[in-house]
Design a protein around this ligand. Structure first.
Ligand SMILES: Nc1ncnc2c1ncn2[C@@H]1O[C@H](COP(=O)(O)OP(=O)(O)O)[C@@H](O)[C@H]1O
Ligand SMILES: [Mg+2]
Length: 391
């Protein structure tokens, strides 16, 4: 245990839990999905996916509409029967366990709250159905109302609430039965942007406080980045990459993932040499003279054609040729510039004719670099920012 972890563990009342259990070969996943598939007629909605989720994670499944996210979640919950594969939760195979006996609760895409019941009645509904003692129900509802900050609104009906408040009622309803896993299908989709951002933080705090494992489905990459311990990027029923938000952003495995998270520049390059020991390669950029270095695992060899991906904010623009080690440097002509207050965006045409997008933070009051259309500039970035993609 390093110092940082010790401090964090001591500050919280909760037992110490590894913050990155997926890196620990000894850690046992709380949810194990193995070779899971679901077909509707001939159509594969979920296609042979494997996934481990650890206790206390806020795990996000991210992908476009129709890629199979809800189907996967519904199989976890027990509302949909897989055609193949296995789901193990807390060591127990779920194959013969019906939805109501799983240690799981689900908050649906259109969060169904009963319109004719008050907030309080909505939240207590599940416990009353389970015939819990009145006193116990009262205590748990009171605690839950406090947790989701709805105590003052306990007597209101859903139509007297804002979208964000209704979302919290649905969340409270799902949480009051104290599931070990909460599944949330597009939990914030019905909220407007500002409320969504605020609610994201509430959701993170709530999850942290309760220590329940959350599996969230979303099509919104910003939401996935903000919320998650890890993200599974899904496309056409398969997982394309499962990693932390930083990894999917900084080290996408392919163009699909790279493009999914914000803007990125792609360059063609030809591998000149590889160093398998250091796991690096050198390549020539776009048939210009520019040579670059990049980190790359052993799957490339000389004369391979590869794609190099570089995020706009990694690139610096200068009128003088920059000096320094491990820089990738290329030249171009300013074609477009836009000022957005906190940042500026430049579109620079490289010598090979490609448009390169550069995003610069404006952290000085007056910009030191004053660029104009048609200026000849150098673009440079640290070689560690070169991401090599093979597809
Ligand atoms: N009950 C069903 N019958 C037939 N096709 C379905 C059914 N449920 C989902 N699908 C199809 O499976 C695909 C994945 O759906 P879904 O999991 O809801 O996607 P997502 O939640 O990612 O938008 C879609 O093409 C959808 O039309
Ligand atoms: Mg869906």
């Amino acid at each position: 245990m390093n110092n940082e972890n010790t401090i964090k563990a001591n500050q919280s009342a909760k037992p110490y839990v590894a913050e990155t259990p997926w890196l620990d070969p000894e850690a046992v996943p709380f949810i194990q999905i193995k070779g899971l598939s679901k077909q509707f007629d001939d159509f594969s909605a979920v296609d042979n996916v494997d996934l481990n989720i650890y206790k206390g994670e806020l795990f996000t499944i991210l992908g476009g509409s129709g890629c199979g996210k809800s189907t996967l979640l519904r199989m976890l919950a027990g509302f949909e029967t897989p055609n193949a594969g296995q789901i193990i939760i807390d060591g127990i195979d779920m194959a013969n366990i019906p939805a109501y006996d799983r240690p799981i609760n689900m908050m649906f895409q259109s969060y169904a709250v009963f319109p004719h019941m008050t907030v309080e009645q909505n939240i207590s509904y599940g416990l009353k159905k389970d015939k819990l003692a009145k006193a116990e129900i009262a205590t748990r509802v009171k605690d839950m109302l406090e947790l989701v900050q709805l105590s003052e609104l306990a007597k209101r009906k859903p139509n007297q609430l804002s979208g964000g408040q209704r979302q919290r009622v649905a969340l409270a309803r799902a949480l009051i039965k104290q599931p070990k896993v909460l599944l949330l299908d597009e939990p914030l989709a019905a909220l407007d942007k500002k409320l969504r951002e605020q609610t994201q933080f509430e959701l993170i705090n709530l999850q942290y406080e309760l220590g329940i494992t959350f599996v969230v489905v979303t099509h919104d990459q910003e939401e996935a980045m903000t919320l998650s311990t890890r993200v599974a990027v899904m496309d056409a029923g398969k997982f394309i990459q499962i990693d932390t938000p930083t990894q999917v952003y900084e080290s996408p495995h392919n163009r699909f993932v790279a493009n999914f998270f914000g803007t990125i520049n792609f360059f063609n390059a030809t591998v000149l040499s590889t160093d398998p020991e250091a796991q690096t390669l050198t390549a020539q950029l776009e048939k210009t003279g520019t040579q670059l270095e990049a980190k790359a695992e052993g799957r490339f060899s000389a004369s391979d054609e590869v794609t190099i991906a570089v995020r706009p904010e990694k690139i610096s623009v200068s009128q003088e040729r920059p000096e320094g080690d491990h820089l990738t440097i290329t030249k171009g002509t300013v074609e477009d510039l836009a000022y957005y207050g906190n940042r500026s965006v430049y579109r620079v045409r490289s010598q090979s004719g490609r448009i390169i997008q550069v995003s610069a933070q404006n952290n000085q009051r007056s910009e030191q670099l004053v660029l104009e259309w048609d200026d000849e500039v150098y673009l440079s970035w640290d070689s560690s920012c070169n991401v090599v993609l093979s597809e």
